[in-house]
Design a protein around this ligand. Structure first.
Ligand code: SAM
Length: 204
């Protein structure tokens, strides 16, 4: 499944999980998170894919919205993150977890309504390959959302300061990311960055 770079990224996030990082939202996140959830228009019954789900703090909320027969299919490279996610979300009947990389998603073509890359996109080694694979699993009319609760500057500085493994994992300007989505035949729904960051595209 993974090359040397993915293995190094997984090991880095294993250590983050063991240290309890990104385990919970803090009260200050809630207003911006509620706004993003409204923008993403996630509805009961939808099939939502969440690459880079980490410890499942968002997965849990998405699963509560979609409810069976809807489903959230969440995946990550890090086994330690997935261990924590499984404790948290597997009691929810609408959630499924897998170990996988975004460049090889074990999901059939054109069956997903929403893909939510939350705090995860800069870690994907090959952005173009990731978007193409996401496009494959989205149904026509389905949407990809790439979002962070913080500004691009804060996200990038955190990655630079964190460790060599993720020092080069930089979030591009939202306009550059929108251009990349357009080149993969997405219609841009939103392209914003200020105190948070969100780019959305509709799969034609
Ligand atoms: C900053 S964490 C965010 C986790 C979660 N979305 C959250 O906000 O709590 C990024 C996650 O992306 C995962 N990740 C990095 N590269 C990945 C890839 N190629 N495929 C799947 N997951 C990946 C990491 O293992 C990590 O758990």
């Amino acid at each position: 499944m993974t090359g040397a770079r993915d293995a190094a990224v997984a090991a880095f996030f294993d250590r983050c999980a063991i240290r309890g990082l990104m385990a919970e939202f803090v009260p200050n996140d809630e207003k911006r998170l509620a706004r993003l959830l409204a923008l993403w228009r996630i509805l009961p019954g939808q099939r939502v894919l969440e690459p880079g789900c980490g410890s499942g703090r968002l997965t849990e909320r998405l699963a509560r919205i979609v409810k069976p027969p809807g489903a959230v299919i969440a995946f990550d490279l890090s086994t330690e993150m997935l261990l924590r996610a499984s404790r948290r979300v597997l009691p929810a009947p609408a959630a499924a977890l897998m170990r996988a990389s975004v460049t090889s998603i074990p999901v059939a073509d054109a069956g997903i309504d929403r893909v939510i890359c939350f705090n995860a996109f800069p870690h994907f080694e090959n952005a173009g390959a990731a978007i193409e694979e996401i496009r494959r699993v989205l149904r026509p009319g389905g949407c990809l959302w790439i979002a962070h609760l913080e500004s691009r500057e804060i996200v990038n500085q955190r990655h630079i300061d964190a460790a060599d493994e993720i020092g080069g994992h930089l979030l591009p300007p939202s306009r550059s990311l929108a251009d990349l989505l357009k080149r993969h035949d997405f219609k841009i729904l939103l392209c914003e960055e200020s105190s948070s960051y969100c780019v959305g595209g509709l799969r034609r």
